[in-house]
Design a protein around this ligand. Sequence first.
Ligand code: G1P
Length: 296
Amino acid sequence: MSSHITKAVIPAAGLGTRFLPATKAMPKEMLPVVDKPAIQYVVEEAVRNGLTDVLMITGRNKNALENHFDNAPELESALRQKGDSSRLASVEQSTDLADMHYVRQGEPRGLGHAVLRSKMHVGNESFAVLLGDDLIDERDNILGPMIAAHDAHHASVVALMEVPRDMTDHYGIATIDDIGEGDVVRIVDLVEKPDPKDAPSNLAVIGRYVLRPEIYGILENTEPGKGNEIQLTDALRHMATNNIAGGVLGIVFRGRRYDTGDKLDYIKAIVRLALQRPDLGPALENWLDDEAHRRP
Ligand code: G1P
């Protein structure tokens, strides 16, 4: 049986300060990874998993996002006149990808607040949240197994990944219980960005969530936490520790993930993905080899 989940929520209201000055006048989600904006990979991942109704939570200076997923009549007719059908297809692809919706966050009050802004659109259904900074390699699906776990257990599900101990203060960190289902585990506690010395584990929440609608009522009553922001992690902690609406499960992801919000990882993502491309890979590989041997 296929899942009833069809809606994806993508928070995209952040200021992108880590990439200034590139993001002074352009949303960070539009930074190219090879030749597609980072956000398009995320929308494509949602669509591949049956989530064709996409709501982006945006803010000021994010018009380029809406334009990217809309028709570009002048560009399209210029390409058509030139007979450049492959570029035309690449332009049209992002227009036809999904049923796109947008709502502005208004005040930047944290990820939990951004997710709460989707309540009117999503209503009383389970939905997925995909964070634009996390890029999951197309060959390593995590959202599909998360949706399957949600459907089997009628519970919310987060994606987990082991991170180096000294990185725990970048992530929500989980305490888990084994339920005898391999990589599917029960979340018994969650803490947002703990200091490495206080972290209960090195299992980090990465930016994929499948949430039951009960999360909204919890978010409405979640006080600002870390960084004085309303944290999705705190709402999920409440759901997990009080076993609300089936509690919270986690799936440990062991595939390839890139944090395009981090400069070095962003560059690695570009190199990895370009290496796989028949038009770029061989030449790039040769060049990387030459560069490596040139090192003193
Ligand atoms: C957010 C969440 C954090 C999660 C992370 C995944 O943090 O608050 O719990 O681990 O995304 O990328 P952010 O990266 O937005 O600061």
